[in-house]
Write a protein that binds this ligand. Structure first.
Ligand SMILES: Nc1ncnc2c1ncn2[C@@H]1O[C@H](COP(=O)(O)OP(=O)(O)OP(=O)(O)O)[C@@H](O)[C@H]1O
Length: 363
């Protein structure tokens, strides 16, 4: 039997932090996993104050890996931090944040220091499941040991806090850096959490640009392998600002198979082409419906439309996500389907998508 990334992750998931009860993979503590030639290497990023306890945990992880068949060497690097984004308490009002001026001479798209890649999840039309895909992909990548941030930029209906089961508001102890929220190993900020109370907000161009810039540059993301940006549907100000101000390494377009959704998806793809953002591929959501009682399959919104469109446009079809009650209820419950039931078809589709993006160097 050969040593695989999956067998290593499965072994590491049995190592639990006694304080939180979370395993070291799901908690996001494990980073930069490399499995090659019968050797395993990874980093455990731990809180400085818990170093002795963490050394014990690291020894336990090492032992579990050494017990795997074909594992010849294990190297665990323990790094201490004191700046991990903490789960803040929940003040009733957000703290006013000072906007930092852009550094001089920086008018073109910039990289955010510490963030290796930015990938946007977009759709032409609302309600096609873009946020569901973004939440599941973020969790699946984190479960595979990637350092993941999720920026919910959907001004029309920010849904990520609910999908990831976080509550409370981001805080800013120094009035400048914003501390994000964190759950399921994913660091999260949502534009919906940057406004006061339940007040409805009409986002105007400059205000939106300011908020997006703050969320990208003034959030204490920590070091990330990937920042996933959940965009609002369509081709509006947020999409433009994001790609004008920041380097976006790729966009994934989510669509249902219906013609009307596909028509809008095409407009989205054109916009990203114009902005010189590479299209990583398309995802067909609500593809096949499998009856949870009898197993009968039917194609409520048709099937294969996105594959055909992706073929025409010359971009890969990255996944076909089933229309499933489990995906919806998991999203509503705050634990996305890929974590709620990773072995079921609903969970596997996102796990495979994450693995594919990692393999291709996109995540
Ligand atoms: N594959 C699926 N199976 C079942 N329900 C789904 C699926 N994908 C999404 N949904 C449900 O459809 C609704 C809309 O999904 P979601 O919020 O992800 O879409 P969206 O494209 O981000 O919408 P918008 O951008 O308009 O807010 C949600 O209730 C979600 O749970």
């Amino acid at each position: 039997m050969t040593l695989t990334r999956e067998s290593v992750l499965a072994a590491l998931k049995t190592v639990q932090d006694p304080m939180t009860g979370e395993d070291i993979v799901s908690s996001g503590m494990m980073r930069a996993l490399r499995v090659a030639d019968q050797s395993v290497r990874f980093v455990l990023e731990v809180d400085q104050s818990r170093m002795p306890q963490m050394e014990e945990l690291s020894r336990e992880a090492e032992q579990k890996l050494q017990d795997l068949p074909d594992c010849e060497s294990v190297q665990v690097v323990l790094t201490a931090h004191s700046d991990a984004p903490a789960q803040p308490s929940a003040p009733s009002e957000p703290v006013p944040i000072k906007q930092r001026p852009a550094p001089p001479g920086t008018s073109g798209p910039q990289r955010v220091p510490g963030i290796d890649r930015v990938v946007a999840i977009a759709s032409g039309k609302g309600g096609v499941g873009k946020s569901t895909v973004a939440a599941n992909l973020a969790c699946a990548l984190a479960a595979q040991g990637r350092r993941v941030g999720l920026l919910d930029a959907d001004v029309y209906g920010p849904s990520q806090p609910k999908m990831l089961g976080v509550s409370g508001r981001p805080t800013s102890p120094d009035g400048e850096m914003i501390l994000p929220l964190r759950n399921h190993g994913v660091t999260l900020i949502s534009i919906g959490l940057m406004t006061s109370g339940d007040q409805a907000v009409v986002w105007r161009g400059p205000m939106l640009m300011g908020a997006l810039q703050q969320m990208m540059s003034q959030v204490q993301w920590g070091a990330l392998d990937i920042l996933i940006v959940d965009l609002p549907p369509g081709t509006g100000d947020v999409q433009m600002t994001l790609s004008q101000k920041f380097i976006v390494d790729g966009a994934i377009i989510v669509s249902t198979p219906q013609d009307i959704a596909l028509l809008d998806a095409r407009k989205g793809i054109d916009m990203f082409h114009q902005m010189h953002v590479p299209i990583l591929g398309m995802i067909e959501n609500m593809s096949t419906h499998v009856c949870s009682k009898c197993g009968h399959e039917e194609h409520i919104f048709g099937h294969g439309g996105v594959a055909a469109e992706a073929g025409k446009l010359g971009v890969p079809l990255l996944a076909e996500v089933p229309l499933s009650l489990g995906i919806r209820t998991a999203g509503d419950s705050g634990t996305p389907a890929t974590l709620a039931d990773p072995e079921a078809a609903d969970g596997r589709v996102f796990r495979d998508l994450a693995a594919r993006l990692v393999e291709q160097g996109h995540a």
